[in-house]
Design a protein around this ligand. Structure first.
Ligand SMILES: [Zn+2]
Length: 201
C-alpha cells in the first residue's frame, strides 16, 4: 500500500476508534502494514482523536524508525504479529471500557454467546499482566498470534486483521461481546454443535 494512503486510512480509523469510545485520551496504538518490510504506527502519547496523517511513524520490521516522530512503546507486539503471519496487515490495541472491566476482573470473553461472536472472533485468550512495552508482554502476545483477538489482564485488548477494517471490526465486535457478557449475566453460550457449524461457515 502507498504510504500516504496508509497514513490517511490509519488516521481515519484512529478517529473512529476514539469517536466510538473504544479508547480514551492517548490510550492504545494502531498500525498498518505497507509491505513485507515496513509499516506505519501511531506516535507515542498522542490523543487518538486528534492525530494527523503526517504524525504516523514509519518503521521497519527490525524496529528501526524511518520517519520523524516517536513510535508507540508497544511497537514490539505489532512487529511480532506482523512477523507471525504475512497476511496480517493491521494490529489494533486499545482500552475499551467493557473489555477492560473483564481484563481487570481476569474474566475471559465468552465469544459463543451469539453467532457473530463465534464467526468474527473465535476463541479469545486472556494474556496475563505484563508491564506495557516489556519484552515479556511481546513474547506472550506472540504466543497467541493465531488468535484474532485477545485480552490483556488489567490492561485492555488487541485485535488483528488482513485489512485495517477487519482489525477494527473485530475490536468493535469484541467490545460489544464484552458489554453483552456483563449485561447478560450468566446466560448460556450457544450449544457446542451450533458453534462447530458456525465455525465452518
Ligand atoms: Zn495499552
Amino acid at each position: 500500500m502507498n504510504e500516504q494512503t496508509a497514513r490517511n486510512k490509519l488516521t481515519d480509523i484512529c478517529k473512529l476508534i476514539y469517536d466510538r469510545n473504544l479508547t480514551v485520551s492517548a490510550g492504545g496504538n494502531m498500525s498498518l502494514r505497507l509491505n513485507d518490510k515496513e509499516f506505519i504506527i501511531t506516535p507515542s502519547g498522542r490523543n487518538k482523536g486528534l492525530l494527523r496523517p503526517d504524525e504516523m511513524v514509519l518503521m521497519n520490521m527490525k524496529g528501526k524508525t524511518l520517519s520523524d516522530g516517536r513510535p508507540s512503546i508497544e511497537k514490539g507486539f505489532h512487529i511480532a504479529l506482523f512477523k507471525a503471519d504475512p497476511e496480517t496487515a493491521s494490529v489494533i490495541h486499545c482500552h475499551p471500557l467493557n473489555c477492560t472491566i473483564l481484563a481487570v476482573r481476569g474474566e475471559k470473553i465468552r465469544s459463543s454467546l451469539t453467532p457473530e461472536g463465534v464467526i468474527l472472533l473465535g476463541d479469545v485468550p486472556m494474556i496475563g499482566y505484563f508491564t506495557p512495552g516489556s519484552k515479556k508482554l511481546v513474547e506472550e502476545v506472540a504466543k497467541n498470534s493465531s488468535s484474532r483477538a485477545m485480552l490483556m489482564e488489567r490492561h485492555g485488548a488487541i485485535t488483528q486483521g488482513r485489512t485495517l477494517e477487519e482489525a477494527f471490526n473485530r475490536m468493535e465486535e469484541l467490545e460489544f461481546q464484552a458489554k453483552l457478557q456483563i449485561l447478560a449475566g450468566n446466560a448460556d453460550e450457544l450449544p457446542a454443535s451450533e458453534v462447530r457449524k458456525l465455525l465452518k461457515m
